[in-house]
Design a binder for this molecule. Structure first.
Ligand code: FAD
Length: 293
């Protein structure tokens, strides 16, 4: 039976999810599980783990989601990209994910592997995320499926309109929810939500939030994904560029305001990019009022 991912976002409740990435060392694993233990106080609806460029973290992604599910008894989602894998390899992954208890798939095209600038379809592989959603719906329909949306428009899209039509295609293929790329100006989210609704897309649109804890780090991340940082926010972080406590406090204050506005404005849930550290996300969740509108 298909797992009901959309049910996490029913009216009147705020769906909550946390995104992790696969650590590179055993020490990193232990630290991750300590941070997840801290985050469990907020009773997330599910936790997700990213899938590295070109399938580089294939086994590790599955290992992390399986362990999170075993240790914390929470539903889990594996991200999966089509980069570098044939359809057969994608099938193997989906089969194994199901066997290992994964509940949901975050179905993605993925970015080109390091050192490459353009996405190239793998031999015998897929081209776009909507094709992966098609594969899941036709052969592994028990998974709930999330896909990615872009309030500031995907970097390769020829226009916002075309990007939205491509997003609609993913939803029509059978995605249950859309989780957005990180963004820092809620006006981008409201504009995107309006266009999304006008395009007739009705599945929950969940903002993806990354609380800033360090300016240099967030500038690297936003340069890669094309998100904009408001100038006034950067200026405030820059008042004490080497003071870690300052950076953390200013980042959390900003995220509290951003998340509160999103909740008050009717966002059906929040997906936190926690980057394997619980402190900033915990500080935000301890402060915001989480009653969904
Ligand atoms: P698609 O939806 O396939 O879109 C890619 C581009 O092609 C867009 O410009 C779109 O407009 C266009 N397009 C889409 N469909 C069609 C079509 N049928 N015909 C013509 N054009 C089309 N990356 C990772 O490597 N690992 C991860 O774990 C990961 N997790 C992520 C989680 C979230 C919530 C988000 C928002 C992003 C994540 N990413 C991850 C990044 C993502 O892989 C990149 O943003 C990637 O460049 C696009 O992936 P997509 O699934 O949105 O692609």
């Amino acid at each position: 039976m298909r797992t009901q991912l959309a049910a996490c976002y029913q009216p009147g409740r705020l769906g909550l999810s946390f995104e992790l990435f696969p650590p590179r060392t055993a020490k990193g694993d232990e630290s991750l599980f300590e941070h997840v233990a801290d985050l469990m106080q907020f009773s997330p609806d599910f936790l997700t783990c990213t899938y590295g460029a070109g399938g580089s973290t294939r086994n590790k992604t599955l290992e992390i989601v399986e362990q999170v599910k075993d240790r914390f008894k929470a539903p889990v989602a594996s991200h999966l990209t089509v980069v570098g894998g044939s359809i057969e390899e994608l099938r193997d992954y989906l089969q194994e994910a199901g066997d290992r208890g994964v509940d949901y798939i975050v179905a993605l095209r993925g970015d080109p592997p390091k050192g490459e600038t353009e996405f190239r379809q793998a031999p015998g592989g897929l081209r776009y995320a909507n094709e992966l959603v098609d594969l899941i719906r036709s052969e592994y329909d028990h998974f709930g499926v999330a896909v990615a949306g872009y309030p500031e428009v995907h970097q390769e899209a020829e226009s916002a309109e075309v990007d939205l039509l491509n997003l609609k295609r993913k939803v029509e293929s059978g995605a249950d929810v859309v989780i957005t790329q990180l963004f820092y100006d809620n006006a981008d989210f409201w504009r995107f939500r309006e266009q999304y609704q006008q395009a007739g897309i009705t599945v929950p649109l969940v903002p993806g939030i990354l609380p800033v804890t360090n300016l240099a780090q967030i500038q690297r991340i936003t340069a890669l994904c094309g998100a904009q940082l408001p100038e006034s926010f950067v200026a405030r972080l820059n008042e004490h560029p080497t003071d870690d406590d300052w950076q953390f406090q200013v980042g959390v204050e900003f995220a509290v305001q951003q998340v509160q506005e999103l909740i008050d404005g009717g966002a059906p849930g929040i997906h936190f990019y926690v980057l394997n550290k619980s402190q900033a996300t915990s500080a935000v969740l301890q402060t915001v009022r989480r009653t969904a509108m």
